[in-house]
Design a binder for this molecule. Sequence first.
Ligand code: CTP
Ligand code: MN
Ligand code: MN
Length: 466
Amino acid sequence: MDPLCTASSGPRKKRPRQVGASMASPPHDIKFQNLVLFILEKKMGTTRRNFLMELARRKGFRVENELSDSVTHIVAENNSGSEVLEWLQVQNIRASSQLELLDVSWLIESMGAGKPVEITGKHQLVDAFEILAENSEFKENEVSYVTFMRAASVLKSLPFTIISMRDTEGIPCLGDKVKCIIEEIIEDGESSEVKAVLNDERYQSFKLFTSVFGVGLKTSEKWFRMGFRSLNKIMSDKTLKFTKMQKAGFLYYEDLVSCVTRAEAEAVGVLVKEAVWAFLPDAFVTMTGGFRRGKKIGHDVDFLITSPGSAEDEEQLLPKVINFWEKKGLLLYYDLVESTFEKFKLPSRQVDTLDHFQKCFLILKLHHQRVDSGKSNQQEGKTWKAIRVDLVMCPYENHAFALLGWTGSRQFERDIRRYATHERKMMLDNHALYDKTKRMFLKAESEEEIFAHLGLDYIEPWERNA
Ligand code: CTP
Ligand code: MN
Ligand code: MN
């Protein structure tokens, strides 16, 4: 094995953090009292962080070693806004709207100027293409949605940061429109189009409305046209009718918008296994979705359940599980969707269609394991959190396909299906793989076998994020 290779790509060991005495430096006068900075170590490294902290302090900035409530500005390098938000979520810190998330360029300019410079678009950490994709989604422009999502995921997967147009040469999925935007960001530090979207009333309202569980584009459109701009006004309006799903969405809004952490996902996993195994002890329960791909946070927790046993037991399981949680007082909301699965149906031609398995969309009450110290964001006295959970029950024969389908990401699913259709003359969906040349279904016991049928090397779940 190449030693250079292992040195750079192996998992990084955690180094003990350097604190206090060994780094002692003379105290500096704080010139800017209403600014409290915190410099993020992630992707910047300890050495550079220490250097920047020391320099900023010498220039009269107040820089904290640890992230506390008093921090007003978070400075990061090579992180996007959503990466910093994700990091904050994992630390169990809710970003308030007053907290500025800034690129290191702001700190460097400020130190150069000897005072904090005005914050402009180019200092703020934003995900340009994700915002444009989201805006296209709100406008139901599928083509431009796909264009921007691809650009976003390609740029994310690059091992380097683009600093000039030369860097974009040879990168796939970057059309003229996308390149134009990249060029503008390189030159001006911001994109006028992204800025316009962020300030657009319709975009802002749709983002707010769709953040409620059960509210999609149609409802958002309706509320927007009726002149609503805030959730409070909507909730207290006596003339509006809400679905059962939306009522739950409003009721548990705070919990549901604060993302699920891995620890919470694992705790839900324990609940799911306990309930499933009470009725079907030989069932397999697998956590799928973003958490299986190694994500640290998610908007819900997804599980695939399958059992080699009888079809009748299979059908009865989810209703029994729901009943079990109801009795324990853990069931806050559920929607059970019955199976429409047919065994010899050809896989769908469309890359985006939903599957036919029996499934249940739930909101569960997760009791806190232990009382968090300090930076907890729990409401006073509340000892639980509402968590979105998806359960899918599939016939044992189809479990490998269901697992591949429910692991995602959505973009990965689209890409692998497109590959099967165009490169292999096969049809793949969450249920099966059909070879059109041989006119037969190809069976698989595991994801590895599906990749082999497709003539692809196995792709690990954590490599399926783009
Ligand atoms: N999926 C599906 N059919 C559905 C819903 C989801 O096949 N009706 C698949 C999608 O491929 C998706 C995966 O299940 O990638 C998980 O869906 P979801 O929970 O929406 O997304 P995650 O990737 O888990 O991301 P998040 O953290 O936001 O939950
Ligand atoms: Mn999920
Ligand atoms: Mn889900």
